[in-house]
Design a protein around this ligand. Structure first.
Ligand SMILES: [Fe+2]
Ligand SMILES: [Fe+2]
Length: 160
């Protein structure tokens, strides 16, 4: 059962309900994966389920943090929320822009290398888990680029 927010708007109430029920959902999902892995007695299936479980643990945590951040905002709590508010990227925004650009460059190089590696592994793609794992890392890299692009775009804006 979701906790009520004090002094929140209807939009905040509904979003809070949404976030907390999703957090519950994620927990159920997590248990399903853990049980599936244990009951299959397949090392390969267990390994892949464990990879998904890592993500689901993070999803569960992030939904909890989103709900808590929304609660902190709705109730006008002064302490720092679990998901930080967008600040102006600290006292040295130009440094953040510079660091982000360097990291982006590395991620882009990494993306190309992973892509080549996945191509190299094409001939074992149905006999091993290897190509799948490299493809998953390509997807992670796309995620890292998305995060860094966000920072770069916003940190640049705060320079003006
Ligand atoms: Fe999830
Ligand atoms: Fe990365």
């Amino acid at each position: 059962m979701a906790m009520k927010l004090v002094g929140a708007s209807v939009w905040e109430e509904e979003l809070y309900e949404h976030l907390t029920s999703h957090e519950e959902n994620e927990r159920g999902f997590l248990e399903k994966y853990q049980n599936a892995a244990e009951s299959s007695a397949s090392a390969a299936f267990g390994y892949l389920c464990a990879l998904i479980v890592e993500d689901e643990i993070r999803h569960h945590r992030v939904f909890g943090e989103l709900a808590s951040a929304l609660k902190a905002d709705a109730e006008l709590r002064p302490e720092g929320p679990a998901v930080p508010r967008l600040d102006h990227w600290g006292p040295d925004a130009p440094l953040v822009v510079k660091l982000t650009e360097e990291l982006l460059e590395r991620e882009r190089t990494d993306a190309k290398e992973l892509h080549r590696l996945a191509a190299d592994l094409k001939n074992v793609k149905d006999e091993t888990l290897w190509q799948l794992l490299v493809k998953l890392m390509e997807m992670d890299t796309a995620k890292h680029i998305e995060i860094l692009e966000f920072v770069k775009r916003h940190a640049r804006k705060s320079l003006k």
